[in-house]
Design a protein. Structure first.
Ligand code: NAP
Length: 527
């Protein structure tokens, strides 16, 4: 049941006076629930509880954490239709998407459960002592990863489940042994409260300490600012705009004790379409890209917002088919009137730029809160000169740029801001003639795709979801897949400690049976 209150650990509290409602964009009206923003006292209580819980939670075994994470997934599934209906009401997204995202969320939780149950993720590394070494004896050194402390998680507007309350950031932080305080996204506070209730039910049933999880409501930036500035918060996970992510990053850096902020932000995901590929399968690719640009009303961080090609007949044909195909797509609802108005405003700015031509700007009437898709073109020289053309238009929009030659294309890519993805559309070995372009692209992105679309992010170990700034604040890490756990840990070395006082992961007989690096070799053997 949605109460509109905050979860301060296990307790529901709502002593504040600031309230807000979520919005149903399909019905174009507010939902019935009223949410109470967390007060400063409630926030402080949540963080203090998280800090107290950390002392115990960091000592829970991998098996106990796995049981907790699997119980969260089970409790989310048990919310059944109430969750799906709330998700759809607060986002305007269809039921199929809601169910798919719930599946992904539970999959991620169970994936982290498997990881921590296995235990090898702590990256135990042992260098055995050598008392006889000359001129000085070598000490016994043993290193492993340990959790950093309570984490503040900012949910994403465009993924109410998979990148919000119990999404990838929360799942990875809990798996690492870090308590989590979520700053719920105001656009889907009801979905957030339901998921929070599932997490806390799972926590109680698996005997996790009170404070291991809290959920704070807020509409406006005050709660988020207080959270990031609280001295007992030790890391931040964020998905959203460049402005929001950068503001939190700066705040965290200015604290007396700076803390890491892992923000996943904007990306226009350049796609390079090569001439032979367009000659042979231009129509097919245009169709695929019309779908990819408009998928989820373009509200994906991997949306292909920039298509780059070599000027010529093939590219012209591709552009005109892309225009026709995109015109055929039924417009869809955006998440919220605020996101829609930002889309319309940014699109208008792009359309008004010098030297751009409109291929399609959907002109028929659409229901309230539906977005009208658009594709525009520009030439390579204008693109190189005008940084405004490099900006993200979050929604169903793409810019196609026509370059004179490979050199101009390479220069444009080398000067792009950091991106999550970059894609090549190539026929056979055509890409081999574009070595410099490939090299330039690899330096600007976190994932390079060959003959595909960037939308659709597989959750697996080899996925990289993050890229050079401003795609993310730290391109060495990713927000998708099990390696996301590395954002919430730090290495700790033990020197010359007695075996019985070492953590199990580092003991001689390897009681956890984990894979370790012993004197440089990977092994599960005892010492
Ligand atoms: P957002 O405005 O960045 O907000 C995300 C979260 O961060 C919200 O909970 C927000 O709180 C909080 N926040 C933002 N600025 C803050 C600040 N200065 N201090 C403290 N907290 C702050 O993103 P959004 O609401 O998801 O969507 C807005 C726009 O972001 C979209 O129109 C789109 O352009 C972009 N976006 C991009 C991606 C992407 O993947 N590239 C994904 C989602 C959104 P409040 O809402 O309570 O103020």
């Amino acid at each position: 049941m949605i109460t509109g209150k905050n979860y301060i650990g296990n307790a529901l509290k709502g002593s504040g006076s600031k309230t807000f409602k979520t919005f149903n964009p399909q019905l174009n009206k507010e939902t019935s629930w009223q949410f109470i923003e967390a007060t400063e006292e409630e926030l402080k209580e949540a963080v203090t509880l998280a800090w107290d819980a950390f002392k115990e939670f960091q000592k829970t075994t991998g098996t106990q954490k796995a049981t907790f994470l699997r119980a969260i997934a089970d409790e989310i599934e048990a919310l059944d239709n109430e969750l799906i209906e709330t998700y759809c009401a607060e986002s305007g997204l269809p039921e199929g998407r809601a169910k798919g995202e719930r599946g992904r969320t539970c999959f991620q939780l169970r994936m982290f459960a498997d990881l921590v149950e296995d235990g090898s993720w702590v990256d135990a590394s042992i260098d055995i002592a050598n008392k006889d070494r000359q001129p000085n004896p070598k000490p016994d050194l043993r290193k492993m990863l340990i959790p950093i402390g309570p984490i503040a998680v900012f949910g994403a507007s465009n993924f109410p489940l998979a990148y919000s309350t119990a999404g990838g950031d929360t799942a990875s932080a809990l798996a690492a042994g870090c308590p989590v305080v979520v700053k719920s996204h105001p656009m889907h506070a009801g979905t957030g409260e339901l998921v929070a209730s599932a997490i806390l039910k799972a926590a109680k049933n698996t005997k996790m300490p009170n404070g291991v999880f809290s959920n704070l409501n807020s509409s406006g930036i005050e709660v988020g600012k207080l959270l990031v500035n609280h001295p007992l918060i030790k890391g931040v996970g964020f998905t959203g705009s460049i402005g929001g992510g950068r503001a939190l990053f700066n705040m965290a850096a200015e604290r007396e004790e700076p803390i890491p902020v892992f923000a996943e932000m904007g990306s226009i995901n350049p796609v390079i379409v090569l001439p032979k590929a367009l000659k042979q399968k231009g129509k097919e690719w245009a169709k695929k890209y019309a779908s990819s640009i408009t998928l989820g009303t373009g509200q994906f961080c991997t949306n292909p917002g920039l298509i780059l090609g070599i000027a010529g007949e093939e590219l012209e044909d591709f552009i005109s088919t892309l225009g026709e195909e995109i015109e055929k797509v039924e417009p869809m609802c955006m998440l919220n009137p605020g996101i829609l108005s930002r889309y319309e405003e940014n699109k208008k700015k792009m359309l008004a730029e010098n030297d751009v031509s409109i291929v399609t700007d959907y002109s028929s009437n659409v229901p309230q809160n539906y977005a009208k898709q658009a594709v525009i073109t520009a030439d390579g020289e204008s693109f190189l000169k005008n940084p405004q053309l490099h900006q993200e238009v979050f929604g169903p929009f793409s810019l196609v740029v026509k370059f004179q030659n490979k050199e101009q294309l390479t220069e444009a890519i080398a000067n792009l801001e950091g991106q999550l993805t970059g894609t090549f559309i190539s026929e056979d070995n055509e890409v081999e003639d574009y070595g410099d372009v490939v090299h330039a692209l690899q330096n600007r992105v976190g994932r390079v795709i060959f003959n595909g679309v960037p939308t659709g992010v597989e959750v697996c170990t080899a996925m990289q979801h993050g890229g050079p700034y401003p795609a993310s604040t730290d391109s060495r890490f990713g927000a998708v897949g099990v390696q996301g756990i590395q954002r919430w840990v730090r290495p700790l070395s033990f020197q010359d400690w007695p075996n019985h006082l070492l953590p199990d992961a580092l003991k001689n007989d390897n009681p956890l049976q984990i894979l370790r690096t012993v004197n440089g070799d990977k092994t599960k053997d005892a010492i």
